[in-house]
Design a protein around this ligand. Structure first.
Ligand SMILES: [Ca+2]
Ligand SMILES: [Ca+2]
Length: 391
């Protein structure tokens, strides 16, 4: 009897994340109890007489009569819950985690294109390419790699001017509206994964409605993204659903948008339906006309157009009435069709900005990268916006 008890105690110390039912000696251990995924483990629960074991694993549930099971640790975190029941007594339960040894990717500064001189150009679009490893450039390594050699992906990038309010900060284009799960850029006719296009924006006269807005990186940020399709094809009043705008979750958490509001300059108000939420990286498009709401398309149900074609101001407020973001136009021209679809683009790659329209001198790039096992890393880089007249 004593020997059995000692065996139970040594099993307890073998598992660093051991737990057990408070009123029983039922336990489960996992061996080995640490490693880099994927690695095989043996799960052992207390040997009982008769009954059935249920192993709740991250990959699914296994029911069997044996108290041991082999499994593969394939994610982080990883935990197993074991239930034993013989159908007569109260079921017994215990859980055990393993120590997943995994580090997030190392993030070095991205490659910039078409220039490699580590400036954002005020009149031109710049590609931030993280899918790149070149050893060193200008004495500093560029790109991303993972300490364990794991696959990785960019989860989010936010680029902000330091001194400016949000309505004329640097704009970071969205995920493709039809593919919100992959972070990628359209660039010179191709799709580049783990990259994005940024450029300094000017969005017209500052509106007195707009309070100073924080430029700090936030986890729960929802933003307008271009194109803001205020000018529907043909007569706007006859083509209400081609008048639309898109919001994107550029933060790092799902946001419940119940009772959030979007208003125009005249005070028309759209209210998000109860229970509507936007997951990380996801976009939602709000059409002026009528239709059936989905997770990515909502309908204002208006009978006339809302967004003026010459100029207007869209303001997004959260359920507390605080301004989350604003979009003031006219801004930069954009091309709704062609290879640069979705990005403001003059056709020549240059925008007709005047010197007074230039954004501030310093911007911050914040990037979040995740490896295939879910380990995340975040890094920020300061970058200069080239002065007016540069080049
Ligand atoms: Ca890793
Ligand atoms: Ca319109």
């Amino acid at each position: 009897m004593i020997a059995v008890l000692l065996a139970g105690i040594s099993a307890l110390t073998a598992c660093s994340f051991f737990s057990q039912s408070p009123l029983s000696s039922f336990w489960v251990k996992v061996s080995p109890d640490s490693g880099h995924p994927p690695f095989e483990v043996t799960i052992t629960a207390t040997a009982m007489v008769g009954g059935q074991y249920t192993f709740d694993l991250p990959s699914g549930t296994v029911e069997q009569e044996s108290n041991t099971l082999n499994a593969v640790v394939d994610r982080d975190p990883w935990e197993v819950r074991v239930l034993w029941s013989d159908g007569r007594d109260d079921p017994l339960e215990a859980t055990c985690s393993v120590n997943v040894l995994n580090r997030g990717p190392k993030i070095r500064r991205p490659r910039l294109a078409p220039y490699a001189d580590w400036y954002l150009h005020p009149r031109e679009r710049t590609l931030l390419d993280f899918n790149y490893y070149a050893g060193s450039m200008y004495g500093e390594a560029t790109g991303i790699d993972d300490p364990e050699g794991d696959a990785w992906r960019v989860v989010n990038v936010v680029v902000r001017c330091e001194e400016k309010s949000i309505d004329d900060s640097i704009f970071c284009p969205p995920y493709a509206p039809d593919d919100p799960t992959t972070f990628h850029a359209f660039w010179e006719g191709s799709i580049i994964e783990n990259a994005c296009v940024v450029y300094p924006t000017y969005t017209g006269e500052p509106s007195p409605l707009l309070p100073p807005t924080t430029t700090e990186f936030r986890s729960d940020r929802i933003e307008f993204v271009e194109p803001f399709h205020y000018d529907a094809a043909g007569d706007d009043h006859e083509n209400l659903n081609d008048e639309y705008f898109t919001l994107r979750n550029t933060g790092i958490t799902r946001v419940n948008m119940t009772a959030w509001l979007v208003s125009d300059k005249l005070g028309h108000v759209f209210e998000f339906p109860a229970g509507f939420s936007l997951s990380l990286g996801a976009c939602v498009t709000i059409h002026t006309g009528s239709g059936t709401n989905t997770a990515s398309e909502l309908y204002w149900e208006c009978e006339t157009s809302i967004w003026n074609n010459d100029s207007d101001t869209a303001i997004l407020r959260n359920s507390s009435g605080e301004v989350e973001h604003a979009y003031v136009y006219p801004g930069l021209p954009y091309s709704p069709s062609g290879k640069d679809s979705g990005y403001p683009f003059s056709g020549t790659g240059r925008h007709n900005l005047t010197p007074g329209d230039m954004p501030s001198q310093t911007a911050t790039i914040t990037v979040i990268v995740e490896d295939e096992w879910g380990a995340r890393a975040t890094e920020s880089f300061q970058i200069d916006v080239a002065p007016v007249g540069y080049k």
